[in-house]
Design a protein around this ligand. Structure first.
Ligand SMILES: N[C@@H](CCC(=O)N[C@@H](CS)C(=O)NCC(=O)O)C(=O)O
Length: 439
């Protein structure tokens, strides 16, 4: 029954996330992951997070100046321990460069350092006149402040409806539009008419994120429509910046930024999980689930409950409207829906193999299960498949699933590879070692 608990968690998280999300956690290093060796110390390394505006600043400068570099993405929700050794604030970006592993933190400091230290790889990006340089720093700080006042951080961490912030966001964005218009003086870029300079690469990642708050908070108005009518200076500036090949190469698109915001907002609200000890059940579980099994979902003011994972998933898919929670997950065609359900039930039957192993009183070696079938309708089927995979390590007396699968279970192996590349799975599903250890 424990399997159903994971199963519920997986589906609840899935339901709030649009499947067209991009995998922004792919390849990030987490707590427990070792700091990778730096094979070539001549090449600077940037510790980064793919959606960070501050990391984007550094990447824009590196690209514009053709600076060869290495990127190590870190998981900011589950940071590797060595991040605080690099930067006691535990933040990215961090630049590690030179033979003796020198460290620089703070995006603006890193960018100025790179601009000055690599005079031959690409153009000088910062102003040469000292007064202008200070004016640029002052302007960038002014734009940074809109990250707070426009409520970007509030939107990012909101637990209530993002549309509550729309009025404030509109007011602040209009102020920002004037701030930019005053400085632009009808030029294409903040640093002149020719091409973006350091100040543009400092400011653009912030402006890109503020623009994305429009789609998320306006309740239906898209930034593409809103900008030309209401924020002409930001609109023109954006048009020119999107014409720059460095920006096109490095910066996330508006769609990606909007998707990222929606995902983070969805993660911040909506559900709570209580894990129960299934070996020593508490008395309050019985009235919630008359079989005593989990998952059970409890919701609404009058504490309605529902048990049975498939029933719960169907209910959640139906009950929550599609816009801010993500699309309907089940097939809309009734026959396809029934076929999918038939398939899920068929795969579920293989769980008897897992349960045999789980409840075995004999040595596990006698339980070697042989081949099993993987399948589709992914989030229904994956929790079952991953548990079946874990039986390999437990029953084979020395053969590991990692070695066995590519040779013997190529379809499961391929399916698993794809599923492990999925952000929802990496966030929610137990890792292989945990499932094996549980047994
Ligand atoms: N002022 C810093 C801000 C860096 C920053 O806030 N980075 C965020 C990512 S966008 C971070 O690492 N957050 C992790 C944390 O605060 O724990 C800079 O410009 O580099």
């Amino acid at each position: 029954m424990l399997n159903k608990l994971w199963f519920l968690g997986l589906v609840i998280k899935t339901w709030v996330i649009h499947p067209s999300y991009f995998n922004f956690l792919s390849g990030t290093l987490k707590k427990g992951d070792p700091k990778p060796h730096r094979p070539n110390k001549q090449v600077p390394r940037l510790y980064n997070f793919s959606m960070s505006p501050y990391g984007e600043r550094v990447r824009l400068v590196m690209k514009a100046k053709n600076i060869e570099h290495e990127i190590v993405n870190v998981h900011l929700g589950n940071k590797p321990d060595w991040l605080t050794t690099l930067n006691p604030a535990g933040k990215i970006p961090v630049l590690e460069w030179d033979r003796d592993d020198k460290i620089i933190c703070e995006s603006d400091v890193i960018c100025e350092f790179l601009d000055n230290d690599y005079p031959n790889t690409g153009p000088q990006l910062g102003a040469t006149d000292p007064h202008q340089r200070e004016k640029d720093r002052e302007f960038a700080t002014g734009v940074d402040e809109y990250m707070e006042t426009c409520g970007f951080h509030v939107v990012l961490h909101t637990k209530d409806s993002p549309t509550k912030h729309w009025q404030t966001i509109q007011t602040e964005l209009k102020k920002l539009d004037k701030f930019i218009a005053n400085r632009m003086d009808n030029k294409k870029f903040l640093s002149g008419d020719v091409s973006p300079g350091l100040i543009d690469y400092m400011v653009w990642p912030i402006i890109g994120r503020l623009i994305a708050t429009i789609d998320v908070t306006s309740g239906g108005v898209s930034a593409e429509d809103y900008l030309p009518k209401e924020l002409p200076a930001i609109h023109d500036y954006r048009r020119h910046m999107l014409g720059d090949s460095v920006v096109r190469d490095v910066s996330p698109t508006l769609d990606q930024l909007v998707a990222f915001l929606r995902i983070v907002i969805a993660y911040n609200k909506l559900h709570e999980i209580i894990n129960v000890h299934l070996g020593e059940k508490r008395e309050w579980l019985a009235p919630l689930s008359h079989t005593g099994a989990v998952p059970v979902i409890q919701w609404d003011r009058d504490d309605k409950t529902l048990s049975e994972s498939l029933v719960i998933c169907d209910y959640l898919d139906e009950y929550y409207p599609t816009d801010s929670n993500g699309p309907q997950l089940g097939a809309t065609d009734p026959y396809q829906w029934a076929k999918d359900r038939e398939f899920v039930c068929n795969v579920g039957d293989y769980m008897s193999v897992y349960k045999q192993v789980l409840h075995s009183k004999e040595g596990p070696i006698s339980q070697w299960p042989g081949d099993v079938c993987p399948g589709l309708t992914d989030y229904m089927v994956w929790p079952i498949v991953e548990r079946l995979i874990s039986t390999i390590d437990v029953t084979s007396s020395g053969v590991s699933a990692e070695d066995y699968m590519p040779k013997e279970l190529s379809a499961i192996h391929d399916y698993r590879r794809h599923m492990l590349g999925d952000i929802v799975v990496s966030d929610v599903s137990p890792i292989h070692e945990q499932v094996v250890q549980h047994k």
